[in-house]
Design a protein around this ligand. Sequence first.
Ligand code: ADP
Length: 599
Amino acid sequence: MTSSEQLPVAGRADVRRAAAHLVRADRGAFALVLGLNALAALAGLAGPWLLGRIVDEVRAGGGVGTVDRMALAILLCSLAQLLLARWARYVGHRFGERTLARVRERFVDRALALPASVVERAGTGDLTTRGTADVSTVGTTLRDAGPDLLVNSVQALFLTAAVFVLDPLLGAVGVLGLTPVWFALRWYLRRARAGYLAEGAATSEVAESLAATVAGARTVEAFGLAGRRVTTNRQALEAARRTRFHTLYLRSVFFPAVEISYVVPVAGVLLLGGILHAQGSVTLGAVVASAVYLQQLAGPLDEVLVRVEQLQAGGASFARVEGLARAPRAATDDSPVPADDRIDVSAVRYAYGRGGEVLRGVDLTVRPGERLAVVGPSGAGKTTLSRLLAGVDAPTEGSVTVGGVPVVGLGPKRLRRQVVLVTQEHHVFLGTVRDNLVVAEPEATDEELWSALGAVGAEEWVRELPGGLGTELGGGGHRTDGSQAQQLALARVVLADPHTLILDEATALLDPTTARHTERALAAVLEGRTVIAIAHRLHTAHDADRVAVMEDGLLTELGTHDELVAAGGAYAALWGSWHGEPSAGPRTGTGTGTGTGTG
Ligand code: ADP
């Protein structure tokens, strides 16, 4: 029940390109952030430099007036730095929020463009984790880490440059003293990306495993699988714990190493500065200013490193969010137009993932307007065939075409004019009745919506709703019952107006009370369309124009009910056993009597 194939993850180059793209999309704000930060950093440099000047002035016998003036200048510069930095941060955060909105919107667009089969295979847990945890990590990065990284990098750069300006030799010692930080950073960065990616994947796995357990709670209970599910979830949690410990280990080596490294340049500059000053080649003020600069460097550098650390986690999340771009996209609407309504299945083979073949060479032509029932024992591949017919999945070999065009190649808009799969999954979307209907046909007018509702017998209760078509459904709004939900689903089918319906009976009409309410609605929907019914009740097969019998991934019989009964094959046996009579013709011994549920 856990995901076997997670969605793809973007590579480094893709992530860089996407990030550059985001910066370009808002380049004015980005440039402003950089500019303001540079100004703030410049203002920040004045303090230590003036302090050094004060030291020198005092040694040279300068008066209180000079010191006061310089102290006032320090105060003003600090104030300017404060204001500029605040402004920069404000602009930076706005930039971050806008960019995050872009990331979110793109994520939703891409998620919606994913073919159903990809989402199905990846599991909703992975997609959900990416849409929630990963997007908010990217958000934090953009809102806080990104701007802070900019602010502090600029500051660190200016501080270092300032020491060089004061005295190149002192600057060299300072930078040399910082090399351990660089080594620690390299060690960390080499391991961090993989570590955080693994952590993200493990978190997805936990979400997926939990979601599967909750979704299948009844099955779990009915089959006494609780123990096994607990074990699976424990394993997922254990794996997640291990990945977290690994990243924690990386951090706990990295940060202490860095902390110690900060002291080195200050100590170096004080030592060397002392010697140089004794020789008279550098003023005491310059040594003081350099030491203060390097001392101050610890703050921004620390921030930079923390942010780089966050950027790693953010980058890994961004790679997962951007990964959706790599997933196969659903076909677009510029696909070729089917020539007619004929559906052809030719030499179709299909295997799920790494499993064995479920369809082993199926040929079938569905004539426009006919009712075709597909029967056969459970596991024969009927549902799989219906998924291929509806374009949910592509055949591994062979082709399924409508009017000469592969069904999977059709864009969603064109596809729903052709083939629609009707199942029990009649989802009521949070939104108004109108919202629930126009998903099938965005351009539908209210008259068309009412007539679709009328066709499925839902007009009456919708008219009685306080807001009519504008009434909110689900959540805090009107609560729909099972048959209303099904009517809405059928009304969507009417609006989409496909020429062919694939009906999975087992799921479409499982609930008998709902079925009674909607049987007439369903009949109205089927009217005038080609219907391919996966028949679990033999009377459906009896009423169909033709019956196809599937056994073990092959289409073994095809003909009218009467023909097949007369032929005395598998279908005849099935029909016979359903009627509680011995079958008419000779049994071929394929064991078909064990067939599908017949009621
Ligand atoms: P039917 O509808 O006739 O009962 P299905 O098409 O559901 O048959 O299943 C055919 C075979 O494919 C079965 O052996 C089933 O176990 C397998 N199968 C169905 N769905 C999946 C899936 N999502 N992944 C792997 N195997 C599957």
